[in-house]
Design a protein around this ligand. Structure first.
Ligand code: SF4
Length: 194
């Protein structure tokens, strides 16, 4: 190959930059491996299930001194055999933001925005549940259809709808469906179908 000085310097520069990028990437991978290993050393393994979708992949939460320090796929799970999709792999972010601080978006208390107010207030869980029950009762009573146009008893709560979530597991789906049917709710859907 016939290289002039300028082309040679250019090529050397590109090669050096590529080598540096490669080295940097390798170093980063090694660092990430060390960090992961140091995180799970002496941590207690807590098997769990990914809450993000109905596939239900098995997870292992690593807990040290009461803190969740790592989440990985459970290799013993027959569903995912240790692998996780990006959503499952990001499960740590339920608890922490990207740099280890408690996730500021995580809601740990019940909140209410009262009629006419422009802010949310914290309330006790009992008060929140009472309020939800009261609102469901009022809404159901206001729109309840006892008989249809032909005079047949239908007992429908047509003023309430329920939308399920991919984060709901089979048992939760069962209980929600039972509750909705008991209330007479007929508009019962799953967000994957919308
Ligand atoms: S979100 Fe991903 S990791 Fe979680 S259960 Fe579904 S497929 Fe599995």
């Amino acid at each position: 190959m016939n290289l002039n000085r300028r082309a040679f310097l250019k090529l050397s520069g590109v090669s050096a930059a590529s080598a540096a990028v490669l080295l940097f990437a390798e170093e980063r991978e090694a660092l990430a491996r060390d960090l992961k290993a140091s995180r799970i050393t002496r941590a207690r393994e807590v098997p769990s299930v990914c809450p993000h979708c109905s596939v239900g992949c098995g997870l292992i939460g690593y807990v040290r001194e009461g803190q969740l320090v790592q989440v990985e796929g459970n290799p013993d799970s027959p569903i995912n055999e240790g692998s996780l999709c990006p959503k499952g792999a990001a499960t740590m972010q339920f608890a922490y933001d990207g740099v280890g601080r408690p996730n500021p978006l995580r809601q740990l208390t019940a909140k209410i925005r009262r009629p006419g107010s422009d802010r949310w207030e914290e309330i006790g869980i009992d008060e929140a549940l009472d309020r939800i029950a009261q609102r469901i009762k009022e809404t159901r009573d206001a729109g309840f259809v006892e008989k249809n146009a032909d005079g047949l008893v239908v007992n429908r709560a047509e003023s309430i709808a329920h939308i399920g979530s991919a984060c709901i597991d089979n048992e939760e789906c069962y209980l929600i469906t039972k509750l909705m049917r008991a209330l007479g709710v007929v508009y019962l859907e799953h967000h994957a179908r919308i």
